[in-house]
Design a protein around this ligand. Structure first.
Ligand code: NAD
Length: 268
């Protein structure tokens, strides 16, 4: 489905980003695997892609640093000559009760989760526009010329005490995504978000590795199972494909029903 398309997945050394990178590569894409600090994990993702017969490169870049983001896009274009899809996935948590939250904890999460989206989406949008401007012959296709998928969270609508920096960053992604989607649509660039619920990755290991916390978590999920990174990767791939060509500015919740107010289910 993505044969010869070029896809950047930020934060693909682990978890959901890793599953997305492998999923796109398995469907024929050239994938840019990005990591910020753990080179070994990034290499593991790339090795898995290559051993499945796929194509990709590994690029170190902190998405909150403008010069590193620009360098990652330059390296992508130097290697593959174009870009088709950006999956802006990198994100982290720095949890703290609000009364004790430091400016550093607040700033780090906003820098990576929100400013990182701004920097990567702007770079991708500029690249998509320049590809059209520099095309040798005009395209007669009605389909979008570039796709951006942002990794949000159910916490773009569910408030989360003890994680206000994270919830604020994801709520910010919602309006950022909708606004750039409105602005970029005339260029035939589609922008959508995916909002996962509880997905089994290193970010929440402390919850799923503890049987009591795991059971409490299941009470929040009507579908009664924790999600897998592949559940999210398949939805991301659909939003990046021409099958969703008329979907623009939307948030797709991949959450087993977590946003359905499950506590009301047993309330008579
Ligand atoms: P993870 O910790 O396994 O992966 C996070 C990835 O982001 C890693 O590859 C990490 O290296 C990368 N990263 C962190 N800071 C970075 C930076 N400055 N520059 C570049 N990369 C950086 O966690 P995950 O669960 O796979 O999370 C991926 C995304 O999914 C995040 O945006 C997270 O908020 C979101 N999400 C996860 C869940 C869940 O339940 N796991 C739920 C909702 C949303």
């Amino acid at each position: 489905k993505f044969k010869d398309q070029v896809v950047i997945v930020t934060g693909s050394s682990s978890g959901i980003g890793k599953a997305c990178a492998i999923h796109f590569a398995n469907q024929g894409a050239h994938v840019v695997v990005n990591y910020s600090s753990n080179a070994e994990e990034g290499q593991n993702t790339l090795d898995e892609i290559l051993s499945n017969g796929g194509s990709g490169i590994l690029v170190k870049a902190d998405v909150s640093r403008e010069e590193e983001v620009l360098a990652m896009f330059r390296e992508t274009i130097n290697k593959f000559g174009k870009l088709d899809v950006l999956v802006s996935n990198a994100g982290l948590q720095k949890d703290s009760p609000f009364l004790e939250m430091t400016l550093q904890q607040w700033q780090k999460v906003i820098d990576v989760n929100l400013t990182g989206m701004f920097l990567t989406c702007r770079a991708a949008a500029r690249q998509f526009v320049s590809q059209v401007e520099n095309a040798t012959e005009p395209s007669h296709s009605e389909l979008s010329i570039g796709k951006i998928i942002l990794m949000s969270s159910v916490h773009d609508v569910i408030p989360w005490a003890g994680h206000v920096n994270y919830a604020a960053s994801k709520g910010g992604i919602m309006m950022f995504m909708k606004s750039i989607s409105q602005e970029l649509a005339p260029h035939k660039i589609r922008v959508n978000s995916v909002s996962p619920g509880a997905i089994k990755t290193p970010i929440n290991k402390e919850v799923w590795s503890d049987p009591n916390k795991y059971n409490d978590l299941l009470n929040l999920i009507p579908y009664k199972r924790i999600g897998t990174p592949q559940d999210v990767a398949k939805a991301v791939a659909w939003l990046a494909s021409d099958d969703s060509d008329y979907v623009n500015g939307e948030t797709l919740y991949i959450d087993g029903g977590m946003t359905l107010y499950p506590e009301f289910a047993d309330n008579g």
